[in-house]
Design a protein around this ligand. Sequence first.
Ligand code: NAD
Length: 333
Amino acid sequence: KKLQVAVCGLGRYANLVREGLAASQYCQLAGIVTGSPTKASQWKAEYHIPEKNIYSYQTFDTILANKSIDLVYITLPNGLHKEYTLRAAKAGKHVIVEKPMALTEQDCQEMIAACQRAGVQLAVGYRLHYEPHHIELKRLGQEKVFGQVRLIEASLGYRLADIDPKDWHLNKALAGGGPLMNLGVYCVQSSRYVLGEEPVAVTAQFGPVTLPHLFTEVEESITWQLYFPSGAVCTSTATSTCNIDRFFASADSGSFELSPGLSYGPFRGKSSQGAFNFPVINQQAAQLDGIAYYLLANKPLPAHISGEEGRKDLRVLEGIYTAAKSGQKVSLR
Ligand code: NAD
């Protein structure tokens, strides 16, 4: 049996999830949730979705009665992740929610508790955990192949000069923040999984506003420093001012890096031992199969992909905003 997946919110990323579902071994696109009748009929015709598995945001809760859907994959704007996770859990469906998991750590806690109460599992769409270059970064860092990692630089940015001023990414209520929420989560994640540690303190600075007609509600760019118990420091920028996409780690007897490093790739990387040579994979398919393996076997999801992992990231993201607003070093203990 394949895991029967309904995709909720048919925007840009939903299309990559759909391609991932088509390429996956253990999952199948079974249903959709959309506010657009046009998209509903397009997806129905092109991907052979039965009418009974098509929901609007208003009829979504009736998915409870639909035994042919096992999991809801939420690809809505960040500010809607919590509401739809709670509704999916109440309907008895497993959930994959896109990153960032929610707008606050408190929201993540409520989502985790709701899924526990409902007896369903909750995963965050962290595709890089299944990507070979990133699995190698994790190994090099956590197994201390070059000794203790001392310094990480991990940054991600896209120049958004041409974005529609009405896009939800610029709206505080729907995005939760600017590039920190949408891109910075990858920088925070990579430093946490390469070190295998949780940061204990943070300092942060907002960058200049160069696109003032767009960035009225959320930050245009932000730079921060995470301090880890081992003494390692990670410095990062998430920005909508310019393009940047790289990861670099320096350890006692060597270094390793990826550039492109935190986007969709294709990734290029090397360590002090030479160039990486890993295949390009469908990241969404690998992630979906990695999650489905546990759900189909009725086993608990591994920690690195669970809601708990999303909660840990939101804790750090909130700390970064507090530090940038106050200009103070903020303790995360
Ligand atoms: P998008 O704008 O392309 O799609 C959002 C969808 O939500 C649209 O179909 C829109 O119609 C629908 N929607 C429903 N209610 C809405 C409302 N009130 N306001 C605005 N849109 C509404 O966005 P996207 O880029 O697909 O991002 C969706 C989610 O996926 C975000 O949480 C984002 O962070 C995440 N994402 C993840 C990755 C990844 O690599 N894992 C990449 C891109 C986006």
